[in-house]
Design a protein around this ligand. Structure first.
Ligand SMILES: [Zn+2]
Length: 290
């Protein structure tokens, strides 16, 4: 029996890749492809009541700023450069916009945007992240439910930095984002790209599959299908640093040593190939509300 697509509900689906949660639980999962909307999705999908257990690790770097070691150090340095680039991509052409960072984590992007004079709002599912972000920003960071209770046309810009791949009810949440966005507003989505060279090279060990924390896996076509009729794609920007970081982490899963050097080499190869194909390890998609 085929698995139903969680987005378009088609049963025209097939197995794409079998893999494990190498990061934490070591449990088996499968990625399934929908041949109608082209979405790749993780199955089985842990119930909402237990999904939090898969995030409970000292190593979950997006929520951990003080971990020691070479890879976390590089991660944090690159993060600083990335934040500046993210700000430029999201806010260019706007003067003091109202911006929502959906899934804001510990609030680093919002902190930068706040310093630049933006009117900021953020939400995150993680209570720990909300607490840290609220302290950093001097402003209460809320749950996504609170954001969905806000009036229509609240935001000029909505950003989701590596968040959409974590979302279970894609259909409902994309409708909410559309409703909350002002006319002609800008939606900025960063997601891993499974068509990149590093994804093809590491296969089931590619860190950015990150099952079951990542429930959806996107490519240009499937991402446009998710927002069809609501948002129009304007631009795609590469995230070149991700190729190195993801490759180093993937080498750790292989566990044959020299993950730093091997990761740099594969990351470099990935970026060189993507220079021709556009298939970088992660991509930032800039959409405009229709
Ligand atoms: Zn589908």
């Amino acid at each position: 029996m085929s698995t139903k697509c969680p987005f378009c509900e088609s049963e025209n689906t097939r197995s794409y890749l079998k893999l494990k949660d190498y990061f934490l639980s070591q449990e088996d999962f499968e990625i399934v492809a929908c041949d109608d909307c082209k979405l790749l999705f993780t199955t089985p999908r842990p119930d909402k009541s237990i999904i939090g257990n898969y995030y409970k690790s000292e190593d979950y770097l997006s929520h951990n700023e003080h971990k020691k070691g070479l890879v976390p150090w590089i991660y944090n340095q690159v993060k600083k450069v990335n934040i500046r680039n993210k700000y430029k991509t999201a806010c260019c052409g706007y003067n003091s916009p109202t911006i929502l960072d959906f899934g804001c984590g510990v609030g680093d992007f919002l902190h930068y945007a706040q310093q630049k004079g933006c009117e900021i709002m953020g939400c995150d599912l993680s209570e720990d992240a909300r607490k840290l972000a609220s302290e950093k920003l001097g402003k209460t960071i809320v749950t996504p439910e609170k954001i969905f209770a806000l009036p229509h046309s609240t935001f000029d810009i909505i950003t989701m930095w590596h968040v959409l791949e974590h979302i279970d009810d894609l259909k409902y949440q994309t409708e909410q984002l559309y409703r909350l966005m002002k006319d002609n507003g800008r939606l900025v989505i960063a997601v891993p790209n499974y068509m990149s060279y590093d994804a093809q090279y590491y296969k089931d060990k590619w860190t950015a599959y990150d099952v079951p924390r990542h429930l959806n896996h996107f490519h240009k076509e499937s991402l446009q299908n998710v927002f069809a009729g609501k948002f129009e794609l304007e631009k795609i920007h590469p995230m070149k640093w991700d190729a190195y970081y993801i490759s180093m982490m993937s080498e750790n899963y292989i566990g044959k040593g020299n993950s730093f050097t091997k990761g740099i080499i594969t990351g470099l190869k990935s970026n060189c190939k993507a220079h021709k194909t556009g298939e970088y390890s992660s991509l930032i998609y800039v959409f405009r509300k229709i």
